[in-house]
Design a protein around this ligand. Structure first.
Ligand SMILES: [Zn+2]
Length: 222
């Protein structure tokens, strides 16, 4: 096993500029895992699945795109903006990429699942019971097809509607949203998904507005 600090010391001692890249190349060849340290992946949104992965030609073009860019993993999305692709199309796309040697995961974007947030309309109201039930059904659906599901950036809420206000009671908004989103994660995402597929793994992908996570129910350590 080669370490990068060890390589740097060797380079400093040798003072030969070509030694470092040569030794680095040797280290990579001696340790095939190091060659896989960086994986490129891409996401086919639910709408991409409908528009590009529902025909033989579309799937062949998508694979060609992945090969040209050195992509070794694809996320095939099962829900976004109120749209859920057909189950058979998702399974066919999953199997097609797997047979081509790529790793395949699912994805869910929790937008357009029903009543929207009273704040940022891209988010939804998670206090609303119908939304909660829809959320669970989306994850049951996705877990029936994929063993790994990524949740894209939008699993948060800033809703202050009358339902949310009543459920919040005397809590502060960030406190209520922490409680609400943890409950959603456990009871409406992980629970239903694991009921259908006990081996399923769920990845939470975060947006980039780090300083506001705690205001909108993204509780990273939980
Ligand atoms: Zn609400």
């Amino acid at each position: 096993m080669f370490s990068f600090s060890g390589l740097s010391k060797l380079y400093q001692r040798s003072r030969l500029p070509f030694i470092y890249p040569l030794v680095l190349l040797g280290a990579l060849l001696a340790n095939p895992l190091a060659l896989r340290a960086l994986d490129w992946s891409t996401l086919f949104t639910a709408q991409d699945v409908r528009d590009h992965l529902s025909t033989d030609q579309g799937r062949a073009d998508a694979l060609d795109f992945c090969r040209k860019l050195g992509i070794s993993k694809v996320y095939v999305e099962a829900f976004r903006d109120g749209y859920q692709p057909d189950e058979q199309t998702l399974k066919t796309a999953r199997d097609f990429f797997r047979q081509a040697g790529l790793r395949v995961s699912g994805c869910v974007t929790t937008t357009g699942i029903g009543k929207t947030s009273s704040g940022w309309h891209v988010a939804v109201c998670y206090t609303n019971r119908k939304n909660q039930e829809r959320l669970a059904s989306i994850f049951r659906f996705a877990a029936g097809i994929f063993d790994e599901i990524m949740i894209d950036d939008f699993f948060f809420t800033d809703c202050e509607c009358s339902e949310c206000a009543a459920a919040k009671g005397s809590m502060r908004w960030p406190q209520y949203r922490e409680k609400l989103m943890l409950e959603m994660a456990r009871e409406r995402v992980l629970g239903p998904a694991k009921q259908v597929n006990p081996n399923v793994k769920v990845i939470l992908k975060y947006p980039q507005w780090y300083d506001n996570f705690q205001e909108r129910g993204y509780i990273v350590d939980k």
